[in-house]
Design a protein around this ligand. Structure first.
Ligand code: IMP
Ligand code: MG
Length: 344
């Protein structure tokens, strides 16, 4: 009832705050209703939550109930026209590649065969199609070899790299099975105002802040500066502690936010599990650009699947501004989620 009331409040542009907004000031926009009771029944049948005597409903129980409620919300109202996926942890393990034995391939192919569009919206930022081919080879080869799939269905796949910076479309004729789409063809109006000088300046500030942090926290890292991103990654084997990664994200985010250019240009500082990156733009722009590329798909018909939704230093979080979302914790959960969506 609270969510339904909040949606009505949103739609009517009613004055003041909805009751839900008063109770949860950080609550955002809901693009579809959420069928929480049915979702609870569904998850309870799988996880036996209500039969437990000692362990209260956990964070994971609630995350999965909300995912189910969102899938039901999409299926029972608008339907899904576009599914966007994060890469690392969502489609494959952190830092790994989408190899041909990955069960998610068949599910993504199923979406495409049904005429739905698919975007892989990843932070991994490369200007070269061959790099993405290396990461996504299993899926791209399967699409290439499929005898069932039409060219129109194949054209339903795009890869958005660097959060919202580099767009590639499926290309049957290219050796890397992808080709770069020039920015003029897909940039949103607001993105056209992003100035090269501002981009360099923002990355300069982020870089010096990352370097100061690395030295202050004595991090065993190297700095990587790219066209549209700057990051630190570990030089030695082994890991940087979560606390150090998070401190770095928050310091850089804070420093850039307080700079003049940081108020003009959107950026995204995040903890990638064992590295910290600052990208120009964020996944809300990435998802919106995919929606626009496919002819203007609405937020209520788009689902973004990702693993990074904790608000501090998580890059999928921003996708919530542009689409409905599902929060998964492993590639296996992504497969389960897609099967659940198919089965509704
Ligand atoms: P995602 O989970 O698919 O969004 O990928 C995030 C990971 O991509 C980061 O943790 C980095 O290890 C890696 N990466 C490679 N290039 C970039 C870049 O330009 N920006 C941000 N992350 C990058
Ligand atoms: Mg990820």
């Amino acid at each position: 009832m609270l969510i339904r009331d909040h949606i009505t409040h949103q739609e009517d542009d009613a004055p003041g705050k909805s009751k839900l907004k008063l109770l949860v000031p950080t609550v955002g926009t809901f693009f579809t209703p959420l069928y929480l009771v049915d979702a609870f029944r569904h998850q309870d049948a799988q996880r036996f939550i209500s039969r437990r005597r000692f362990v209260a409903p956990s964070f994971n129980d609630i995350r999965l109930i909300l995912n189910s409620a969102q899938l039901l919300g999409l299926a029972r109202t608008t339907g899904v026209d576009l599914v966007t996926f994060d890469g690392d942890v969502t489609l494959y393990d952190d830092g790994a590649c989408l190899t041909d034995d990955n069960p998610v391939i068949l599910r993504i192919m199923r979406l495409l065969l049904q005429g739905q569009k698919v975007g892989i919206v990843t932070a991994a930022g490369y200007t070269d199609a061959a790099k993405y081919y290396e990461r996504l080879k299993g899926l791209l080869d399967a699409m290439y070899e499929s005898t069932e799939m039409t060219d129109a269905q194949r054209a339903g796949l795009v890869v958005m790299g660097g959060e919202s910076n580099f767009l590639f479309r499926y290309d049957h004729a290219s050796p890397s099975k992808l080709s770069y789409v020039p920015r003029e063809e897909w940039l949103l109006e607001e993105m056209k105002t992003w100035q090269e000088g501002d981009i360099t300046q923002l990355l300069d500030i982020a870089e010096s802040s990352l370097r100061a942090c690395a030295s202050n926290l004595n991090l065993p890292v190297a700095v990587l500066r790219k066209d549209r991103a700057v990051g630190v990654y570990p030089t030695e084997r082994g890991r940087i502690s979560r606390e150090q990664l998070e401190e770095t994200v928050l310091v850089v985010q804070n420093t850039v936010e307080r700079s003049e250019v940081g108020s003009r240009l959107p950026f995204c500082a995040f903890n990638g599990g064992n590295d910290v990156f600052v990208d120009i733009g964020d996944k809300s722009w990435g998802v919106r650009a995919c929606q626009r590329y496919f002819g203007g798909i609405e937020p209520a018909r788009t689902l973004h699947v990702g693993d990074q939704f904790l608000s501090a230093g998580a890059n999928d979080f921003k996708a919530r501004l542009a689409s409905t979302t599902a929060w998964i914790a492993s590639p296996a959960e992504t497969v389960q989620l897609l099967d659940e969506l198919q089965g509704i």
